[in-house]
Write a protein that binds this ligand. Structure first.
Ligand SMILES: NC(=O)C1=CN([C@@H]2O[C@H](COP(=O)(O)OP(=O)(O)OC[C@H]3O[C@@H](n4cnc5c(N)ncnc54)[C@H](O)[C@@H]3O)[C@@H](O)[C@H]2O)C=CC1
Ligand SMILES: O=C([O-])CC(=O)C(=O)O
Length: 329
């Protein structure tokens, strides 16, 4: 294989998402079946042994695309030359814990990582923040990386997008492959707004096909928005394999593009579209061409949607103000 390998840095590599993610990266699902990768694993010092164990297992898979694994507890080393950075390592929410409690606990992790990305990553770096609160952690990392174009910092709402696809598929009996143009707006939190008004189910408008506003307001939206908490309740641990799968989807789409006639949801820095204040990292409908995403423009936002988008964006603005007050941005 002559192609230069892509350096993929994964933080929190010894955690449960890391374990579900690394093998799929190494087997070509993140970037494509013909793209060699080098993995850079970042962990805190006490978890380096566990990361070593995972690296041994990766070796034992003999993945043809995997051209090396480095492990470090120093962000300056782990992000050196990184082309893709998956910021997973964070403190996961546990039973009964509110997202707001996570801001302070996690803020300190993302500022030094943003600075290390600024100082050491490759010029084409793409960053996906998975660790919660993902949107605001992405904002913190971005603020610490003034030399990196702001749009390279993204937050994961693809899991919410996939959850919404699946719920809509169950309701309509139409396979997910025939559902297009769903949108998650706002924050990766319980205030997020999964929007089906522009979605298509087997070529028909989804809201019209469903024709059940009660189901939309009282079942679909809360089921999608509170799915993370429901998984924690059921498993006693937060989503891991589905989160890893969504991270793969996010980066694969960002790198390889969206399908014609469809879009995906990504948490990205707002350019002011749809009344979302510029700079907030909020989820939008996006299309991707040649490795660059663009917000889908011109969608009509009805009253039902407007109220819900505004509520989630208000929460994002409050999180931004909170981390600003803590000196994190
Ligand atoms: N955006 C999304 O849709 C989702 C986000 N999440 C979030 O992803 C994060 C990770 O989840 P899990 O893997 O289940 O957690 P986990 O607790 O199993 O693993 C986290 C790992 O991060 C490591 N870590 C902590 N601080 C670090 C640092 N400064 N540098 C490098 N590594 C560090 C820990 O040692 C641990 O191994 C959590 O914040 C969780 O809430 C989870 C599911 C979905
Ligand atoms: O709340 C959590 O830690 C897990 C999470 O984000 C999700 O499953 O959507």
């Amino acid at each position: 294989m002559t192609r230069t390998p892509v350096n993929v840095t994964v933080t929190g590599a010894a955690g449960q998402i890391g374990y579900a993610l690394l093998f799929r990266i190494a087997s070509g699902h993140l970037l494509g079946p013909d793209v060699p990768v080098k993995l850079r694993l970042l962990e805190i010092t006490p978890a380096l042994g566990a990361a070593e164990g995972t690296a041994m297992e990766l070796d034992d898979c003999a993945f043809p695309l995997l051209q090396g694994i480095d492990i470090s507890d120093d962000p300056n080393v782990a992000f050196d030359g990184a082309n893709v950075a998956l910021l997973v390592g964070a403190r996961p929410r546990t039973k009964g814990m509110e997202r707001g409690d996570l801001l302070e606990a996690n803020g300190g992790i993302f500022k030094p990582q943003g600075k290390a990305i600024n100082d050491h990553a490759a010029d084409d770096i793409k960053v996906l923040v998975v660790g919660n609160p993902a949107n605001t952690n992405a904002l913190i990392a971005q603020a610490a990386a003034p030399d990196v174009p702001a749009e390279r910092f993204t937050a994961m709402t693809r899991l919410d997008h996939n959850r919404a696809l699946s719920q809509l598929s169950k309701k309509t009996g139409v396979p997910v492959s025939e559902i297009k143009k769903l949108t998650i707006w706002g924050n990766h939190s319980a205030t997020q707004y999964p929007d089906i008004f522009h979605a298509e189910v087997a070529g028909k408008n989804a809201a019209e096909a469903v024709n059940d506003e009660k189901w939309l307001a009282e079942d679909f939206i809360p089921t999608v928005a509170k799915r993370g908490a429901a998984i924690i309740e059921a498993r006693g641990a937060s989503s891991a394999a589905s989160a890893a799968n969504a991270a793969i989807d996010h980066v694969y789409t960002w790198t390889n593009g969206t399908a014609a006639g469809d879009w995906v949801s990504m948490g990205i820095p707002s350019d002011g579209s749809y009344g979302v204040p510029e700079g907030l990292i909020s989820s939008f409908p996006v299309t991707v061409t040649d490795g660059a995403y663009e917000i889908v423009q011109g969608l009509e936002i009805n009253e039902f949607s407007r109220t819900r988008i505004d509520a989630s964006v208000k929460e994002l603005a409050e999180e931004r103000d909170a981390v600003r007050a803590l000196g994190l941005i």
